[in-house]
Design a protein around this ligand. Structure first.
Ligand code: SF4
Length: 441
């Protein structure tokens, strides 16, 4: 068994919500690997190497890391290490989780780290934990840890409003639950964790689910997975397309060609740009704002326009993201020898950069310039340094002495109690998009 599973856990957020996506994706050529995706693959390889050395080290110390490793790798290793405190727990690293293939041959994946601690364990609080100081995971909990190296999209382990796990982790959790681990008893609970050291989150790098009883996994989560997979089987080509946040968040390769996504994001089912019209209220308001009209507006009306302005910005971001997906698709087509009519590929010229890694000494010698004339030394930002210092006490002293916070331009913020915004375009309601132009549902 090699390659990728047709119903890969990593894509379940997409295929579980958009059963037609498999047919739609099959129409487009496979995307070429991006630099970011390659960086993620490389980081996983490096992290797996550390974890294996850590697992196989009789003392299980952090010496498997060298000074040169990025801080994020150290943090990941420390996060996983806390589940291995007895020193002899089997730790599965980059392990193929295939136990679900007894139900569906097309659902399997690779677990970054799976471990079942010998004892109970307490972890840092989570937003779903109702103010508890630490989260208690009982003895017999099997933990599934997923390393996310990306920093663009923050991934949560647990939707604390819905009380459900992230669908990718849920699938890994089910597969890990069914996995036979020699010398380890069947688990009583499953817990899932995301470790995303480079993505900003007020919750920190680690986000976790509560311990989920295995009985719930078997009676609720497994049937839900199989129902979603069954819906994919039952969907004919061109049907079952359901645009939502999963289009962008899972980087659906069909975004550039999918009619349902285009219609939802642009608000138009025909040619997307022929019927864009700004309502007369907006035109009046613009004229009034420019001093061309003396019409006065109530505060409620201005608030409504502000809401619309935010929606238009979100709508524009959604359209830009859709347009980028179209361009990427067209470039892939051209690269595969099928250029769109009237288009061809031209090699772009990148910015100049130094050919060798450290040309400084040679340049200083050859030009007669001083070192300081060749280099810009720049202090890192307070946010970057705070992370590097990683010592609250030391940092408080530096903050007191050297850090100032300049006031920025005042901005309007939304307060409670305003009027409900009205739709700006007939088919795009104020609640359809977030500020980044990602579909909310
Ligand atoms: S772009 Fe969205 S709606 Fe279209 S196939 Fe992909 S996930 Fe489904």
């Amino acid at each position: 068994m090699s390659g990728h599973a047709a119903l890969a856990p990593s894509a379940r957020y997409r295929w579980g919500n958009c059963p037609g996506s498999l047919h739609e994706i099959a129409k487009v050529p496979p995307p070429t690997t991006s630099a970011a995706a390659q960086e993620g693959t490389d980081a996983h390889d490096v992290a797996a190497g550390f974890l294996r050395r850590f697992r196989d080290d009789p003392n299980r110390t952090q010496r498997v890391l060298t000074e040169a490793e990025p801080r994020e790798m150290f943090d990941y290793l420390m996060f996983v290490a806390q589940f291995c405190e007895s020193g002899h727990e089997p730790l599965l690293v980059e392990h193929p989780l295939r136990a679900l293939t007894k139900y569906r041959s097309d659902i399997w994946g690779t677990g970054d780290a799976v471990v079942q601690p010998a004892e109970s364990i307490d972890l840092a609080p989570q937003p779903w934990s109702n103010g508890a100081d630490r989260i208690h995971y009982p003895k017999g909990t099997r933990h599934v840890i997923d390393l996310k190296w990306g920093q663009g999209i923050q991934v949560e382990a647990w939707d604390h409003d819905a009380g459900t796990p992230n669908l990718q982790l849920d699938t890994y959790g089910l597969a890990a639950m069914l996995e036979e681990i020699p010398g380890v008893a069947q688990p009583g609970y499953i817990a899932m964790h995301i470790f995303q050291p480079r993505g900003f989150s007020e919750l920190g790098a680690a986000r976790s689910s509560p311990p989920i009883p295995v009985v719930d996994m078997v009676t609720e989560h497994l049937p839900a997975l199989l129902t979603q997979a069954g819906a994919v089987d039952a969907t004919a080509p061109g049907e079952g397309l359901n645009p939502g946040p999963w289009c962008r968040k899972t980087f659906c390769p069909a975004q550039g060609t999918c009619p349902a996504y285009r219609e939802k994001v642009t608000g138009y089912s025909g040619s997307p740009f022929t019927s864009v019209a700004v309502g007369t209220v907006e035109q009046d308001f613009l004229a009034w704002a420019k001093g061309e009209e003396t019409t006065s507006y109530t505060q409620d009306e201005v608030a409504d326009l502000l809401d619309k302005a935010d929606l238009v910005l979100a709508w524009a971001k959604g359209v830009v993201s859709w347009a980028k997906a179209v361009k990427e698709f067209a470039l892939n087509e051209a690269s595969a020898g099928r250029p769109p009519t009237g288009y061809g590929i031209e090699q772009g010229m990148g910015i100049r950069k130094w050919d060798k890694e450290s040309p400084l000494a040679s340049i200083v010698r050859a030009t007669g310039l001083k070192k300081a004339q060749c280099m810009d030394a720049k202090l890192k930002s307070p946010t970057q340094l705070e992370k590097a210092v990683n010592d609250d006490e030391k940092w408080a002293k530096i903050t007191k002495k050297f850090v100032v916070r300049e006031l920025t331009k005042p901005k309007l913020v939304k307060t409670k109690g305003g009027p409900a915004p009205s739709p700006v375009f007939e088919s795009v309601a104020p609640t359809d998009l977030d500020a980044q132009g990602t579909l909310l549902s």
